[in-house]
Design a protein around this ligand. Structure first.
Ligand SMILES: *Cc1c(COP(=O)(O)O)cnc(C)c1O
Length: 361
C-alpha cells in the first residue's frame, strides 16, 4: 500500500505497556497471575469512585461536560489554585501529548532524563522535535546535566519527580537553582504521577512554583494512588495562559463522563488514599527486608515501585517469573538490561513474588 507518513513517524517504536493479565492467562494458561508490572494500585479502585460510577451509568447516552466544571472546581479547591489553572486529560499521558503538539515542532529540542518514562520520548518524536537525553546520575535526575544541554532550540524540559523507573526525587533546592538557568519561555513539565507516595521531605512540589510568571506545568493522575488506571483520567496544573493554549487543541470530550464522576468521588476518598499509602510503605519495608536477607541489590524508592538487579538478562528473568505466575517489568527497553521493576502488591501478592523470586534466582 502507498502510505505517505513523515519520516519521524516511521521511526517511532510504539509504547510497550506492562503485560496484561488476560494475555498471560491466555498465553501461559496461568490462572490469576499476580501483576506487579504497571505500578497500579493493588487494592482495586477507590470504592467511592466505583459507587459514583455505578450511579452515573444511566446518563451514558449524554455527552460529558466538556468543560469538566465540577471536577475542575473540586481539584482547584483541594490544591488551592483556580479552575483556570487546570486541564483534564484522558490520563496524564494525553496531556503529555497535548503539550508536545501545542508547543513543539520540527527543529525544536526537548530535554529529557534517560532513562525515564518512555512517553516523553515518543511524544517529542511524534511531532518531529528532537529529544535531547540527559543520563541519570546515581540513578537520579541530574538537573546540572540538564543545564548543560540547554540551547537556543530548547523549547521544553521534562522532569519526572519522582522518576519512573528509578524512584528518585529532585529536591526543591536543586530545582530553584536550576530554574535560574532556564530561559523564561522554556516550558518545564514536572510529572508528579507518584508524588503522593514520597516520604522524603526535601522533595520538590511543583505547586510551590505555580504563581511565578513562568510556563511550568505539573502533571498528576488518578491512575496510581486512586486506583483508577483503567478509567483514564489525569490532570495538569499550569498558568492560565498555558491552559488556554492547550484547550485550543484539546478534543472537546477528552475526559469521559464516568471518568469525571469517578475522579470527583475519588478526590474525597480520604480513607482509601490513606489505606493505599500505608500499604505501599509497609510493603516496601517488607520487601526491602526480604531482599536484604537474600542479598539482592535494589534501588530504594520514593514511589510504589522499585528496581531490582537480577544480574542477568532481564527479559529472560521476566519470562521465568511469568512461568511462576508473576508479571514484572523487564527494564531492557529502559536501558537497564539486568534490572526488573516491580510495584507493591498486597501483602499476599508480595509474599508470592518473593517465593517466585527465590525460585528463579
Ligand atoms: C503512570 C504514569 C503516568 C500516568 O499516566 P496516566 O496516563 O495518567 O495513566 C504519568 N507519568 C508517569 C511517569 C507514570 O509512570
Amino acid at each position: 500500500m502507498k502510505l505517505s507518513v513523515p519520516d519521524y513517524v516511521w521511526a517511532l517504536d510504539p509504547y510497550e505497556p506492562g503485560k496484561p493479565m488476560e494475555e498471560v492467562e491466555r498465553e501461559y494458561g496461568i490462572k490469576d497471575p499476580v501483576k506487579l508490572a504497571s505500578n497500579e494500585n493493588p487494592l482495586g479502585p477507590s470504592p467511592r469512585a466505583a459507587e459514583a460510577i455505578k450511579r452515573a451509568i444511566g446518563n451514558l447516552n449524554r455527552y460529558p461536560d466538556g468543560g469538566g466544571f465540577e471536577l475542575l472546581n473540586a481539584i482547584a479547591k483541594k490544591l488551592d489554585v483556580r479552575p483556570e489553572n487546570i486541564l483534564l486529560g484522558n490520563g496524564s499521558d494525553e496531556i503529555i501529548g497535548m503539550l508536545a503538539h501545542t508547543m513543539l515542532g520540527e527543529g525544536d529540542e526537548a530535554i529529557l532524563p534517560d532513562p525515564s518514562f518512555l512517553m516523553y520520548d515518543i511524544v517529542v518524536k511524534s511531532v518531529g522535535a528532537k529529544p535531547v537525553y540527559v543520563p541519570l546520575k546515581n540513578h537520579g535526575i541530574s538537573l546540572g546535566g540538564f543545564k548543560e544541554k540547554i540551547t537556543e532550540k530548547t523549547r521544553m524540559i521534562f522532569i519526572n519527580n519522582p522518576n519512573n523507573p528509578t524512584g528518585t526525587i529532585v529536591s526543591k533546592g536543586e530545582f530553584e537553582e536550576f530554574l535560574n538557568a532556564v530561559p523564561e519561555d522554556v516550558v518545564i513539565v514536572i510529572d508528579e504521577a507518584y508524588i503522593e507516595f514520597v516520604r522524603d521531605k526535601s522533595c520538590l512540589n511543583g505547586l510551590d512554583f505555580l504563581d511565578i510568571d513562568r510556563p511550568i506545568v505539573i502533571l498528576r493522575t488518578f491512575s496510581k494512588i486512586y486506583g483508577l488506571a483503567g478509567l483514564r483520567i489525569g490532570y495538569g496544573i499550569m498558568p492560565e495562559a498555558v491552559t488556554e493554549m492547550l484547550n485550543r487543541i484539546r478534543m472537546p470530550f477528552n475526559a469521559s463522563s464516568l471518568a469525571q464522576v469517578g475522579a470527583l468521588a475519588a478526590l474525597d476518598d480520604d480513607a482509601f488514599f490513606k489505606k493505599t499509602i500505608k500499604l505501599v510503605h509497609e510493603e516496601l519495608d517488607y520487601l526491602y527486608g526480604e531482599l536484604d536477607e537474600m542479598g539482592v541489590t535494589y534501588f530504594p524508592t520514593q514511589t510504589n515501585f522499585f528496581l531490582i538487579d537480577v544480574k542477568r538478562d532481564a527479559n529472560a528473568f521476566f519470562e521465568e517469573m511469568l512461568q511462576q505466575g508473576i508479571i514484572v517489568r523487564s527494564m531492557v527497553s529502559y536501558g537497564f538490561p539486568e534490572y526488573i521493576r516491580v510495584n507493591m502488591g498486597t501483602h499476599e501478592e508480595n509474599m508470592k513474588f518473593i517465593e517466585a523470586l527465590k525460585k528463579v534466582f
